[in-house]
Design a protein around this ligand. Structure first.
Ligand SMILES: Cc1ncc(COP(=O)(O)O)c(C=O)c1O
Length: 372
C-alpha cells in the first residue's frame, strides 16, 4: 500500500504564493468601506469579459442565480421550454423553473459528457426558447453547431473557466454564458460568487437590472428581479487570481497528460475532448464498467475520488414532473460508470503514477504463478 495520499482537489497549493496579494486586496476593500457594486466588481467585470473574449460581464451571487438571471434576460418566461442535459450538476436544471419555463431534458455523449447537436435536436419543440449547453467537467460543448439548429444557447460554463476551443473561450460562444466562482472551481473565490458574460448589450443591460431588484437605481423598479450580486471582497480576490488562470489551466492539461503517460488509458476510459476543445479539466472523470472496483481501490489507498452524478438530474425527486418519457441512454451510461479521480493544476507525475498503479492492481488480473 502506497503511503502517498492524493487529494481529489488541491486549491490551496496554487493560492499559497498569492497570499500577500490577496491580503492586500482584502485590506483595500476594508479601507474603502465599499462592499456592494463598487470599483472592484466593476474592474473584475471588465477584466473577466476581456479574458473570455466577451463584450460584457455581470457579477452575480452564484452560478445558479447566473443561469436564472441570464435566461430571464434572454426573454425566457412562463410557457417556454428550455432544453438542458440531465447529466450535469442539478443546478443547471434547478435554475429554469424560477423563470416560469419548464426544463426539457436531453441526452449527452458519454465520451465527452456534453450535449451534441443530435441530442439537443431530439428535445426541440416549437416551445423551445433556449438551450443550456453545459461545458461539463471543463470540456467545451459544441455551441456553434447547436446554435445552427436555430435556437439561442446559454453556456453553463460553471466548470469551464480557463478552457479554450478553436471557436473561442467558454463565455464568448453563445448568446450568454454563466460561471460559478464556488471555491473549488477553476477560478474560485472565498465564498459564493458567479458571473454572466455576453456579447449582447441588451441582454447585459437586463442582467444588470435583474440582479438589482429589476432596477437601475433602487428607486424605480421595472421588473420583479433578484438581489444577486458579486460582492466587492470576492471581486477583489478574483482579480488577484484571474491573471493566473491560464497557468492553472495549463497545469490541469499537463495533469491529464501525466495520467496518459502513466498508462491510465489502458485501464479506464479517459474523457474525450470535444472536437476543437482544449479543456482545463475541472474534474477528471474516467469510466469503467466495474466502477465499484475502481472506487474501492482508490478508497483503500486514501486516493481522492467522487461519483458525479450517479443519479442523473431527470431522476431526482424534485424533477419528476419534468422527467422525459423516453430513455436517455448516454446519460444512464455516464451516471453508472463515471468516477472523478484527483485533478488540480499541480498534480505531479508521481501522483498520477500512484493513481494509475492503484487502478492497475484493481483491474488487471494478476497472473497466477505456475506451480511446478
Ligand atoms: C455545471 C454547474 N452549473 C451550475 C452550478 C451552480 O453554481 P453555484 O454553486 O455557484 O450556484 C455548478 C456549481 O456547482 C455547476 O457545476
Amino acid at each position: 500500500m502506497s503511503a502517498m495520499t492524493v487529494p481529489l482537489f488541491d486549491t490551496s497549493t496554487p493560492l499559497a504564493p498569492l497570499r500577500p496579494e490577496i491580503d492586500a486586496a482584502i485590506a483595500r476593500v476594508l479601507d474603502s468601506e465599499r462592499y456592494i457594486l463598487g470599483p472592484e466588481v466593476a474592474a473584475f467585470e471588465r477584466e473577466f469579459a476581456a479574458y473570455c473574449g466577451a463584450r460584457e460581464a455581470i457579477g452575480v451571487a452564484n452560478g445558479t442565480d447566473a443561469i436564472t438571471i441570464a435566461l430571464g434576460a434572454m426573454g425566457v418566461g412562463p410557457g417556454d421550454e428550455v432544453v438542458v442535459p440531465s447529466y450535469t450538476f442539478y443546478a443547471s436544471a434547478e435554475a429554469i423553473p424560477p423563470t416560469g419555463a419548464r426544463p426539457v431534458f436531453c441526452d449527452v455523449d458519454p465520451d465527452t459528457f456534453c450535449v451534441t447537436p443530435e441530442t439537443v435536436r431530439a428535445a426541440l419543440t416549437p416551445r423551445t426558447k433556449a438551450v443550456i449547453a453545459v461545458h461539463l467537467f471543463g470540456n467545451v460543448a459544441p455551441v456553434r453547431e447547436i446554435e445552427a439548429l436555430g435556437v439561442p444557447v446559454l453556456e453553463d460554463a460553471a466548470q469551464a473557466a480557463g478552457s479554450d476551443s478553436d471557436a473561442g473561450r467558454p463565455g464568448a460562444l453563445g448568446t450568454a454564458a454563466t460561471f460559478s466562482f464556488f471555491p473549488s472551481k477553476n477560478l474560485g473565490c472565498f465564498g459564493d460568487g458567479g458571473a454572466i458574460t455576453t456579447n449582447d448589450a441588451d441582454v447585459a443591460d437586463r442582467c444588470r437590472m435583474l440582479r438589482f431588484h429589476g432596477s437601475y437605481d433602487k428607486t424605480s423598479f421595472a421588473h420583479v428581479g433578484w438581489n444577486s450580486r458579486l460582492d466587492e471582497l470576492q471581486a477583489a480576490v478574483l482579480r488577484v487570481q484571474l491573471p493566473h488562470l491560464d497557468d492553472w489551466a495549463d497545469g490541469r492539461r499537463a495533469a491529464a497528460r501525466r495520467y496518459d503517460e502513466a498508462g491510465l488509458g489502458e485501464l479506464v476510459k479517459l474523457p474525450t475532448p470535444v472536437a476543437g476543445a482544449r479543456p482545463a479539466w475541472h474534474l477528471y472523470v474516467v469510466r469503467h464498467e466495474a466502477i465499484g472496483r475502481v472506487e474501492a481501490a482508490l478508497q483503500e489507498r486514501g486516493i481522492g475520488h467522487k461519483a458525479y452524478y450517479r443519479v442523473p438530474t431527470h431522476r431526482q425527486p424534485a424533477m419528476t414532473a419534468w422527467a422525459p418519457d423516453g430513455e436517455l441512454p448516454g446519460t444512464e451510461v455516464a451516471a453508472r460508470t463515471a468516477l472523478a479521480i484527483p485533478m488540480s493544476p499541480v498534480l505531479t507525475a508521481e501522483q498520477a503514477a500512484t493513481v494509475a498503479d492503484a487502478l492497475r492492481d484493481a483491474l488487471v488480473a494478476r497472473a497466477v504463478p505456475d506451480v511446478a
